[in-house]
Design a protein around this ligand. Structure first.
Ligand SMILES: [Zn+2]
Length: 423
């Protein structure tokens, strides 16, 4: 039923939208930036962008013949942003699940699922995603992005990282059988020249972001600090970051243990992904250098059944989250969806975890809207309901400031002035 409705709205929308402004009547507005919600707000939309936001009567007077969308019984918010996704992955709690996808599925097949996942994100209210690597599917994230941007398929706006990087032998798939050459989940990079070449290669093929794996093999020291084996030499990691920045791209580092986080921060990355082993002194460096933390709590909770070190990692991250909040570390919402199946868990679950972990509902909402947009360098386009920004909006029936799980039940989704979900 929901799918049919979506199809109908996608087909119907362009006929109605021809040049006519849209006035949204918002019963309650959480704009992604302000500390308080507002009531009885008008949002005037011209084409793909917002022209005006203010008291309903005042905005209505600016466009008397606008088409009205009545959300007066709902709470309107900016479209959500998930800053850590994997469209080309369908869950990989076990290494078998991961290897099945890389060995038994073609990249075209995986790209079809990727397009489906971009639509699932949109239906969940995520109008933009930073897709942090394709796990062996080369540059297929850029293809999904192109198809979405050209209107061929409905989907979230995609900021693509393409292939990610790790040195030889430090990322799956590994095998003791040296006679066969298996696919790798990343681009293999060794040495500083190779690092610069890899960045240029990925940017040439459409990478908006560069991602590398800073560490692996996580273990606890007796003092309960989480350690890890660092993948790149400092010179290699610095070469990746320097070349990316030179080409106008930012860098995300997978870093879970304190050693891996420290190495990534020495290299000058823009965001730490996962970051379970963050210590107080590493948090201080992040605040000082304006480095964002993307905690991906949802995937952590999902992989707890793996056992081993994972349950302890989740508990450690929860404590780190509380300390990071106090210190003012910028936390951008990211889920690592793809590490868990897109079809089983709504990404908006991440908002709920952040509130459980100590954020106010408003802080959690901003983490997945304006803070995420700032990480992407998209404050002028995304992450808030404000004049000049894209008309990327969602609406929920209740008040998410009272019940954050409301965000897992979006009733209305607009992206670039087009309605994709209305129920
Ligand atoms: Zn990931």
């Amino acid at each position: 039923m929901r799918r049919l409705l979506l199809l109908f709205t996608v087909l119907a929308e362009p006929l109605a939208a021809q040049g006519q402004p849209i006035l949204i009547k918002a019963g309650r507005l959480i704009d992604g930036r302000a500390a308080q919600a507002q009531t009885n707000v008008g949002i005037l939309i011209d084409g793909e962008r917002i022209r005006a936001v203010g008291p309903l009567a005042q905005v209505q007077a600016q466009a008397p013949n606008a088409r009205v969308i009545d959300l007066s019984q709902m709470t309107v918010l900016p479209g959500f942003i998930d800053t850590h996704t994997h469209m080309l992955l369908q869950g990989d709690v076990t290494s078998e699940e991961y290897e099945d996808q890389l060995l038994k599925q073609s990249i075209p097949y995986r790209a079809i699922l990727g397009a489906r996942n971009a639509r699932i994100a949109l239906e969940h209210g995520f109008t933009a995603i930073r897709d942090l690597e394709t796990e062996g599917a080369m540059y297929a994230d850029v293809d999904v992005k192109l198809a979405v941007n050209r209107g061929e398929v409905p989907g979230a706006r995609v900021f693509a990282a393409t292939r990610a990087m790790a040195p030889t032998g430090m990322y799956p798939i590994g095998t003791p059988n040296w006679e066969i050459d298996l696919p790798h989940g990343v681009q293999t990079v060794d040495g500083v020249d190779n690092a610069r070449l890899a960045v240029r290669d990925q940017v040439q093929h459409g990478a908006d972001w560069i991602k590398f794996y800073s560490d692996r093999r996580y273990f606890f020291a007796p003092d309960s600090t989480l350690h890890s084996w660092v993948n790149f030499t400092d010179d290699e990691a610095r070469a990746i970051v320097d070349e990316a920045h030179r080409l106008g791209r930012k860098v995300a580092a997978h870093a879970i243990g304190s050693d891996g986080i420290a190495a990534a921060l020495r290299a000058g990355v823009n965001s730490i992904e996962h970051g379970d082993g963050l210590t107080d002194s590493l948090m201080d460096v992040m605040v000082r250098n304006n480095v964002y933390w993307v905690p991906t709590v949802t995937v952590g909770a999902h992989v707890v059944p793996r056992g081993g070190v994972w349950p302890a990692l989740v508990a450690l991250e929860r404590r780190a989250f509380a300390r990071a909040l106090k210190k003012g570390v910028k936390i951008a919402l990211g889920t690592d969806v793809g590490g868990f199946p897109w079809t089983e868990i709504n990404q908006a679950k991440e908002f709920e975890y952040y509130v459980q972990y100590g954020m106010t509902p408003m802080q959690a909402i901003q983490s997945g809207t304006s803070v995420a947009a700032a990480l992407l360098g998209q404050e002028q386009n995304l992450g808030a309901v404000a004049p000049g920004l894209y008309a990327d909006l969602v609406a929920v029936a209740g008040d998410p400031l009272r019940d954050i799980t409301e965000l897992q039940r979006v009733r209305f989704v607009m992206k670039g002035g087009m309605v994709y979900l209305s129920q």
